[in-house]
Design a protein around this ligand. Structure first.
Ligand SMILES: Nc1ncnc2c1ncn2[C@@H]1O[C@H](COP(=O)(O)OP(=O)(O)OP(=O)(O)O)[C@@H](O)[C@H]1O
Length: 469
């Protein structure tokens, strides 16, 4: 929306822009100003003489419902001197806010989600960064895993932050690369789950142009591109928890969203194979697999650590779960933050940062329709999801899974054996060693030790410094 006002209607008081127009008074926190610039001189003599043209254009953030932010425009008409003085005043205050990024490294995955990241960057993201006077070094990935090479060759010290234009998988590639590099540089034995990891120093923002966009939902409350850009411009950061996955005695991946074996891995695997379906594959394949494919069941042994288990007991002893369809963990404390209405992801992230626990779900066998109905509950994460008989929820700081065997009724062909050794981490496939893996939460908190029965596990401080609300 563009609001036109006269210079006399605007003033700067105590780091707020006070505006009185049409009998209304409103004020804008200078932190919410995106930027301001003097408008072009009018083209011709006549328009200069008769036109009451705006001289100063002020772009600012307006915060709407459901955490949605928009970029609004004020056109301030006044003399050149008045407008220049106002501009200098605003820029002076903005300049003092040294949280704001001045230069960003942009990493675009052009094929993520609907494949329109480049257009989104050109038409939406870049104009806003330009309005905020942020310089951008743009990199575009040209093939799978190319993002890793791009990041490896990029001098992260030359920018105030990195911005990923893509989905969770792209972010994961960047996180894996940078976090692993940070541990190597610090000479840490990061393959040990008890190793105190070094946090990332460079902030990372995400512009959600992928498919799931779970990270953006947690950070910004929605998957709106403009909202994400505006958060990055404002420049406040926070440390988030991150999970690390270990298999075969090595740390095989970090994760910021979801880690799952079984059904969810099968769906991701199949979805990736059917790329010809374009974006439709994300709804067609899960539906097809849930409705028509025979469920793949397998036995698992599950060890829960520091678990205030929400279903059984607190034991870290390996439990034989019997046959399950999937074991899945989610980045935050979904269980304790669930209500009867749709999950508030911003609140969830805020609360999850304060604790060292996250949510683990074991999906047992169930009827197709029952499973389908709970599958839909995954969109909202209401409390009723966790009350389903066939879902066992746990609140954990870490867990270990050993996949014992596949469904005895299914032929143990190479495909099943392969799927038993694959893990879905934020939508990317990770190879497991002997169908066994561990996941540990790494959080930003004071170094402390937590006693979990026989094992003393030192909690770690390894967050991703990420743009937030
Ligand atoms: N130019 C490219 N061509 C093909 N694949 C690419 C290219 N650039 C990146 N990739 C691959 O895309 C995957 C990541 O996609 P991304 O996460 O951005 O989108 P998505 O999978 O649609 O979204 P989400 O992960 O949020 O569900 C990675 O496997 C990465 O290696």
């Amino acid at each position: 929306m563009v609001v036109k006002i006269d210079f006399k209607s605007i003033s700067v008081e105590e780091e707020r822009l006070k505006i009185s127009a049409n009998d209304k008074i409103c004020d804008i926190d200078i932190c919410d100003v995106i930027g301001c610039h003097l408008s072009e001189e009018p083209a011709g003599f006549l328009s200069a003489l008769f036109g009451s043209y705006p001289y100063l254009v002020v772009r600012y953030i307006s915060k709407g419902k459901d955490y949605k932010w928009t970029a609004e425009t004020l056109q301030v008409a006044g003399s050149k001197e008045e407008c220049e003085a106002l501009q200098n005043k605003i820029n002076g205050i903005l300049g003092q806010a040294n949280l704001r990024p001045r230069r960003l490294g942009i990493f675009i995955n052009p094929v993520g989600g609907g494949g329109n990241s480049l257009n989104v960057y050109k038409n939406v993201v870049h104009p806003l960064f330009k309005a905020a006077n942020i310089k951008c070094d743009v990199n575009v990935s040209e093939r799978p895993k190319h993002m890793i090479d791009l990041i490896n060759c990029f001098d992260t010290a030359s920018v105030d932050g990195l911005v990923i234009v893509g989905g969770d998988g792209s972010l994961l590639e960047v996180l894996n690369c940078l976090l692993t590099r940070a541990q190597k540089e610090a000479d840490l034995d990061y393959d040990q789950p008890t190793c105190k990891l070094k946090p990332l120093e460079v902030p990372i923002g995400i512009i959600p142009t992928g498919t799931g966009n779970g990270t953006a939902r947690g950070l910004y409350g929605n998957m709106d591109v403009v909202t994400a850009v505006l958060h990055i411009i404002r420049g406040r950061t926070n440390y988030n928890n991150i999970q690390a996955v270990y298999s075969g005695g090595k740390m095989v991946s970090f994760s910021g969203v979801v880690i799952a074996c079984g059904l969810f891995t099968d769906i991701m695997y199949e979805t990736d194979r059917q790329r010809w379906l374009k974006r439709a594959r994300y709804s067609v394949i899960p539906l097809y697999m849930l409705l028509f494919k025979r469920p793949r069941l397998f036995k698992v042994k599950l060890s829960i650590f520091s678990g205030k288990s929400t279903s059984n007991d607190d034991s870290m002893e390996a439990q034989d779960l019997g046959e399950v369809r999937s074991v899945m963990s989610l980045y935050g404390d979904f269980f304790n933050n669930a209500t009867d209405s749709k999950m508030d992801f911003v609140k969830l992230s805020r609360e999850s940062r304060k604790t060292d626990v996250f949510t683990l779900l074991a999906f047992k066998e169930s009827g197709r329709l029952e499973f389908m109905s709970s599958f839909l509950l995954f969109l909202s994460f209401t409390r009723s999801l966790f009350q389903k008989d066939f879902i066992a929820p746990y609140t954990v700081t870490g867990y270990r899974v050993k996949i014992l065997s596949g469904d005895k009724n299914l032929p143990q062909d190479a495909h099943v054996a392969r799927m038993n050794n694959l893990l879905d981490v934020d939508g990317e496939m990770i190879d497991l060693v002997d169908g066994e893996y561990e996941v540990w939460n790494h959080i930003r908190m004071q170094f402390s030790s937590i006693s979990v029965k026989r094992v003393h596990i030192l909690r770690q401080d390894c967050g991703m410094n990420i743009w937030r609300t």
